[in-house]
Design a protein around this ligand. Sequence first.
Ligand SMILES: [Ca+2]
Length: 259
Amino acid sequence: MKKLVILLGFTIIFSAPSFAATVSGGVSKVDLHNTNMVVDASTKAPVGNAKVSLPKYNYSTYTDNNGMFNVGKIKGTTIMSVEKDGYRPFSLTINDKMAARPLVLGIQKSDVSDVVIESDMFHLGDDNFSEDSSGAGSFRLRSSGPFFSKTFTLNRDVLASKNYLVIGSIIGIDTLMARSMGQNRIVNSYASPPEIYFNGSKIAEIQLNGDNQKIKIPNNLIRPDQLNEVTIKAGRNLMQTAYVDYDDIEIANLSIVSE
Ligand SMILES: [Ca+2]
């Protein structure tokens, strides 16, 4: 161990001059060209003190008074989320190429009828997945099992509107369609799609990874002024018959929006 520390010390000393130059150059470059911003989607005004998180890196930061924030280098695909009081939770699937350019994230004011079901990121499956899975490099959270279920109250007023379950971001789906769209690099297998249930009735199957997927909730399934339940079941690897291999996925931000 001691040897390792000494070696490390040498590395730092030898690389120090060029490192220092790079840092000072890099800092001014970051300030001028590479700062990301959170704005109000309607007014385009900067939003200060918004929390920006990269759950994969266990990293979070806050925007300054000008709505600006910086994140470190990103490898592969990951979910970025933004939280701010008075706004709908926002998430975005980003990769290293997108993160290398300045990002402007527009967040929307929340509506009184919005119901946030889950604002954190969660992992469904069994923690057994291929490195070639879409977003496999992003998986940090331990699996909470093959399904997610949560209850919440919906006000009678929502029956006058169209209602949608909005999935902020979803990564890791390895369906045949996801594979054919180039969302993973798995050659030999694919999975059934995750299934979405509302009060016990299946309302959708999710075939593709992506952000802000809106799923219509039939109003006749809504129990006004009572508890309602959303359940998401992970898909299964259809090429694995010896045992059940759930398709590991990660989801950030679940909410119900009435329009
Ligand atoms: Ca699995």
